[in-house]
Design a protein around this ligand. Sequence first.
Ligand SMILES: [Mg+2]
Length: 253
Amino acid sequence: MPLRRPVLLLLAVAGLSCGPSAPPARTAASATAAPGAAALARSHALRWVRGSAEYRAVAVETYRAALAAVERASAGRPAGSWAVSVDADETIIDNSQYEVELEEKGETVTDATWRAWVKRRERPAVPGAAAFLEGVRRLGGRVAVVSNTSESLRGDLAANLDSLGLPYDVLLCRPDGGDERKESRWKAVADGTARPGLGPLEILVWVGDNIQDFPGQGQELRRRPESAYAEFGVRWFVIPNPIYGSWEKSPPD
Ligand SMILES: [Mg+2]
């Protein structure tokens, strides 16, 4: 059985997607669930990501579909004129070991524990990510990693990506204390100001584990009809993350 964390610790757990400098409060899985049920739900989510064939299959199939979409969208475009946007945490790199260690120690997500984890530079790749990024490069595309990791941890993230052999052309982190929204960073990629020498790039495909990894999107999408999801599976591709995310702040129906 996975270890269970006391609910009081769960209530204090913060959002990893920010690479938190001042971690926002992370809520229990359900505001109405009994404390034990919330902790168990969270442990099960972690167990599914780390221990199921289904998680690996979904990640690989999502990246495979994303690469097919890139191949279609890039046909006829000059090499070096287009890009894909990928998020980092729980999209191309896997922080689940951090969660396991917190559970084992009975600790919470804090800026100190998060920074220590990132600085170990031991995070593995998400299944399918390497093949996708290599495929994009082979087709003549550029890779923009657009992450909410704090700028002060950029060197550690970059070294971790390099050690995994995950190729990228530009890594855009969140300025410490800056905007979590990614629109300004995508605009920099499009304008050619994201990195000297890179030039303007049209982003053709986005991959992320958080709805905010997709332009103009937020949890309000949940209440919209299926027609509002037209870009998913076409230009936008979601890697499942049942452990944490902006969905935790969204009230259940
Ligand atoms: Mg993420």
